[in-house]
Design a protein around this ligand. Sequence first.
Ligand code: ME8
Length: 516
Amino acid sequence: MSQAPRTYITTPIYYANGEPHIGHAYTTLLADTLARYQRQAGADVLFLTGTDEHGQKIQEAAEKRGLSPIELCDEMAARFRNAWKRLDIGHDRFMRTTEADHLAVVGAFLTRLDARGHVYADTYRGWYCVHEERFWTEKDLAVGGLCPTCDRPLREIEEKNYFFRMSHFQGDLVRHIEEHPDWIVPETRRNEVLGFLQKPLSDLSISRPRARVSWGIPLPFDSNQTTYVWVDALINYLTASGAIDPNAAADDQGFDDVAGSRWPADLHIIGKDIVTTHAVYWPTLLMGVGLPLPKRILAHGWWTVGRDKMSKSLGNTVDPLELREEFGTDALRWYLLREMPTGSDASYTPERFLARYDELANVLGNLASRVTSMIVRYREGQVPDGDPGGLDGAIVGTLERFHAAMTALRVHEGLDSAMDLARTVNGYVETSEPWALAKTPSRGGELDAALATLTRALVVISALFFPVMPGKMTELAAGLGLNEVPPLQAAARIVPAGLRVRKVPPLFPKPEAVDT
Ligand code: ME8
């Protein structure tokens, strides 16, 4: 028996010091939608998300609240888990970087990096941004000596650090990117990385003195130093893959055969803010320990609120759970994924949200209610044995467009093609006029064909929209007399005749009547 294809999809692990907002929700929903799409196709998916719990930022946030770091992390990890549960996110593992297996894997990874001669100690002088958890050199600084990314004041630091010989891998990395044009998508981000790599790459500081940053994983070869939080965080992708045995003896580096693990990841989904860490630090670290690189990196765009950056200090962060309360989980999922062209930026406005909601209600919700109520009215709820092929061309064309878009990671285009099919099917209702056919007994055969065609189209629609709106599409499939939404590959082949249909109530009711 051939094995199901395996796919490993990750999101960033979010800092455990902020509330989940629509930016985090978007990344995680994008991963969930792609994971569901792959599962529908029969793949054995590992979908990883989690929280990034070490480092100075967490240490200081906990101090401010009078908590120990782990108390803060416990609270925030629970907050993220709860948000993802409410948004119907079906991750397979929620990684916390304070978990025992991760601590062991980071130790094994760094032991191996050191054993292969890629680590050395030196004095570090530079400017540190606690918010971004990264160093800047003098030439990087923004006007007034501020952080060039977040405009916050920096701290001047001089201390002993261990360094990874990242510079040694610059040529190999450039070659890899040039030989794999799809490794980083979209192309703008790929060009940005190649541009960055035109300058000589410096080595990477991978540790902090414990006296300054105590909340971190001790280095296996110097317990007075803690691992730089970005190195710790990136390794989470390996921990979940099973490529490194956390229970191996300390002197053995614990590297299992990668072939038996989920490594390499098929897709790292990230925001455009963390491209350098994922497309430069991470692959060179992997080259350092001799492990294969992730197969693909998708760096999506940025959500703004109106024209403003979303930030806690501006007090304009959009809470996904509030939107969910008002419009329901699936409407929020639809809005975020349909509104943002995958890879580009998008702006949240309540008006655009409502426009996307109306599209759902008027095109998709309306179609489901209309078709099911006609089958109930004209054929007592049983789909007649007519020719269901009336929309064959539209269905085949849509499936092609949908698969092509999803494979190219252009999720918004996939969703657009699904909505286009719903529009075409509404058009078919208008032109076939089942209500007119029902008045003329001699046209019963035509009515049977129209109703069978419409049912088949709705079954396909339920499968197309399922990855983005699993709850509503399960409701639709139940209304069509199916136990579950069929896999997309099988949906167009389901025989509609004989299905017991009941009238589907409005899937997207007026907001005040929404039941989440
Ligand atoms: O960077 N628009 O965590 P983080 C779109 N812990 N996406 C957004 C967004 C916005 N306005 N704001 C946040 C970290 N995101 C590290 C990651 S991974 C090994 C370690 C999303 O909590 C987007 O995916 O700052 C971005 O990359 C991520 O949240 C940053 O989350």
